[in-house]
Design a binder for this molecule. Sequence first.
Ligand code: BG6
Length: 505
Amino acid sequence: MTNPLRDPRDRRLPRIAGPCSLVIFGVTGDLARRKLMPAIYDLANRGLLPPGFALVGFARREFATQDFAQVVHDAVREHARTPFNEDTWQQLAAGIRYVMGDLGDPAAFAALNQTVSQLDAELGTGGNHAFYLSIPPGKFPTVVEQLKASGLSQQGADAWRRVVVEKPFGHDLASAQELNRTLGEVFPTGSVFRIDHYLGKETVQNILALRFANAMFEPVWNSNFVDHVQITMAEDIGIGGRAGYYDGIGAARDVIQNHLLQLLALTAMEEPISFDATHVRFEKEKILQAVVLPEDLAASTARGQYAGGWQGGELVSGYLEESGVDPASTTETYAAVKLLVDTRRWAGVPFYLRTGKRLARRVTEIAVVFKRAPHLPFAATDTRELGNNALVIRVQPDEGVTVRFGSKVPGTAMEVRDVSMDFGYGESFTETSPEAYERLILDVLLGDPPLFPRHEEVEQSWRILDPVLDFWAKSGTPQAYGAGTWGPATADAMLARDGRTWRRP
Ligand code: BG6
């Protein structure tokens, strides 16, 4: 019998990375400053990085190592989740290095090679190095080629080399396949880690716990009971300084192709045999393969672009006035799409996905909306304020789960009204949730793949989305919507045609 104290599947013990380095390309960028460096510090602060850990920055800017360490220090001070601790910082700082150079310059890669070899000798990083491409996807092939030519991608017998790529994984199916070929020519499949940071969020990982650790949800998680599912990722911010990335990409490619389809997959998939990467990814891929678009794309999709106006007491610019945006741009900042899942479990249950910038508030949630009770033994007036039962997974910012159901209003009449029952992370757990990037960076360093989408899932997502993007490219311009609203009227019309309404979370 297995000794439970020795069970290798026991994940309660802290998982600590072994000696290694993380090389970040594009280290002067926004993502590195706001998310990656703070997450590395937080991991160090939680004792999850080994003494032999190094952080190597690679960029074009001329920095001495101390200047770069100062950049990391400032980013940590400003954005880290855990308090600043001088000892942690000193230990991290001892492993910080910087390599200046152009992404296509063999000499810079030779210098990088020398730096990581020195780290192996001085800090004991053991030949284990991860390369994080926090750079525009157009540059991936150049860097991957240089990693190969310089020998940096070559792993030794007892050492590993890994590559980490950020979305977008291509801009359509064909380019995603091409990108995968490029990566595959240099790194074996198991060494490629694709980051979809939504999968690193605690509340997203909780979808599978909620569904498969409990007895009460799964029996009703199907077309017999579920009327439809709404997956919302609403943001109140505009595109900020990201026009260079966003214009020409738009809301559907930016988040539906990755975050929202991953949420759909976790919500709709069958129970995996185990939580091993192979089993979880297999079930996600299977469900994505079953996703189909309705025939009439005009009726089952909607897109919009935010106009200027007042939002939360602030006068904000419209998308077309944002600096760096083509004033004639037809890029959508709001996208909604209706999807069907062609399986026995989900036959006839629409999944409505929507996302947008400059909406009324920031909220990401998955609402499983149930059918009405088959019979209501009440007078019609008594249930006027009774909606459909719903189970809402609140991904952020108010993390938790809500169950909405009808309850009798106290009084002499049998009046029934919606009430809700809440679970909030803040009230139930004392620890705050780690940031998604903490979990994902740690998993890269540990070589633990379940939270990273496989190429096949990425392909399926593009297969689903490509026809919508083609259709939009040929069908006029996105409808304007006011900043601070819930999006364009066409999105409301899309649900109204099905006799439904969007939630106003
Ligand atoms: C990114 C998108 O993937 O997710 C951004 O590119 C978006 O446009 C961001 O703002 C939102 O992330 P989060 O974790 O704040 O929901």
